[in-house]
Design a protein around this ligand. Sequence first.
Ligand code: FAD
Length: 615
Amino acid sequence: MKHYDVAVIGGGHAGVEAAAAAARMGSSVILVTMRQSDIGALSCNPAIGGLGKGHLVREIDALDGVMSRLADRAGIQFRLLNRRKGPAVRGPRAQMDRRRYREASWDAMRTYRGVDIVFGTVTDLLQVNGRVQGIRLDEGQEINCAATILTTGTFLNATIHIGDVSRSAGRWGDGASTGLADALHRLSLPLGRLKTGTPPRLDGATIDWAALEMQPGDADPSLFSYLSTGPEMPQISCGITHTNEVTHQIIRDNLARSAMYGGHIAGRGPRYCPSIEDKIVRFADKTSHQIFLEPEGVDETSVYPNGISTSLPEDVQDEYVRSIRGLEQVRILQPGYAVEYDYVDPTCLDNSLAVRSVPGLFLAGQINGTTGYEEAAAQGLVAGINAAIGAAGKAPTFFSRSESYIGVMIDDLVTHGVSEPYRMFTSRAEFRLTLRADNADQRLTPFGITLGCVGDARRDAFEKRQLAYVEARAKAEMTLMTPSELNRLGIQVRKDGKARSVFALLGLQEMDDIEVQSKIPLLTSISDDTLAQLRNDALYDQYTDRQDRDVAALKQHENLLLPQDMDFLSLGGLSGELSRKLDERRPKNLAEAAKIEGMTPAALTLLIASVRFGQ
Ligand code: FAD
């Protein structure tokens, strides 16, 4: 029997990142997945990043992961979301050339040092004295390993639904993973059922693009990797169109035929990413919904209509899609569908993503109740690092909430579990002023270097960037400008007669980078990259003290009692979702409220104010 330190089952985003991380840590790794085309498959939206998700990709990059560089290689439209808001909540996002992403992933993984790849289906886990020490493939082959990571995505006992037609499959054109689901039952892991959906794919040659508003990417693309220098692919624009009252009527008339509303699906789907039939029912007063028409590649005819995922029958999909401007003559290449699958309740895991009751077994990705490529990849990275550490007989490592979105996500999962597919949002992080996408390397690369998951090229690039930053910051902090100098240069500050350091002036948002550099000579020798970093740090320097105080206040009020008759539903400032959850669960004190899934620091502060001051 062959032996590896770490076996990774599944070559999706979690599996790729897990295998690569374990190998960087020095483990011998076998990655078993059903087919070569699994590696780098973007099953749904051909896009990486976004709000919260972009932060995760930058953190993966800071730890020398692969997703960020693959996304930069395959990106065909880069946009920094929330550009008008503060840097802390800006999210880099890019649309991918689906084929290029897959090719780049395969290229990266087939040559990844320390990783062997086998195509096949794992049907069982081999245990010795309760510890998982190997895997069995469908043709009977057995592989021995010290640690095993399951990253089987939506495949466990999966069923796909289109209207009232259902069949066993984890994804369009794939099979399901039933043998492994049985193995998890035998291990008595707590399983639940979730669902997600995808829209029909459209033939771009049959879209009337001239009738549509077009949206280009950013002129100055924000890449994901600190090591990338620029996009490699030609850049494209997306089309924008809208549903209308006719579309909504067609959907309303056929609701009972949708898999979801026809009662064929029991699993819960993501409420923040509703299907088009959900939108029509839940937001009945809206007469239109926006749709982005995203080409799936530069040489691809297939277009992804973002915003109309569905489980309606194919004839209804045809009819409603054609009622939309620009899509009157459209041809559907692949129908939309919903997929229902088993997930493992992640509260059975510890913060290293190890299953507490089954030594040697780690879980990462959608199997843990999350949704999204980035969430999957980030978990894969953590499981890969810890499986390698475990295989070497050392103590696990954890990511803290105060240092990374990765830490926030894992803590949320293992502490609260999920009641719907979990997706990252910036609002989930209580320390979001310091957990920015732009400073992911400062927060995590040193930790990665210590752990051993960061290679030489990354370490050298980081140290060079960091040196430039530290020198520039020291100069900026030490150089003081007097009120008369400020006045002469026309820099507006509070008239308190005090000198200001250049660093403090960098936090003034009224001046753009060009103005700042032209008025403060010290800054002309600083690179754009370092200047941007300094400006973001200077801006948040003023607020991080307050953030620290808020966190301390939350800790201090953990035992604050919440009145049993508290009217959460009419408490202003809370999201509808949180009001409902609070109303249903009726937490006794603030500590219990804090444990509710999706609870935010801002909402907790509101509860404190409401109890203490009756606001
Ligand atoms: P996957 O990418 O699913 O990879 C799992 C891999 O495991 C597959 O390659 C499979 O072949 C392999 N595998 C499974 N069982 C075995 C076995 N027994 N042996 C060997 N290999 C095995 N995300 C969003 O963010 N938004 C969405 O709207 C969205 N909609 C989606 C709609 C659909 C229909 C699907 C299928 C997915 C959707 N996703 C969406 C989710 C996104 O695709 C996943 O979150 C992400 O790909 C999960 O990554 P993963 O690595 O956990 O699993």
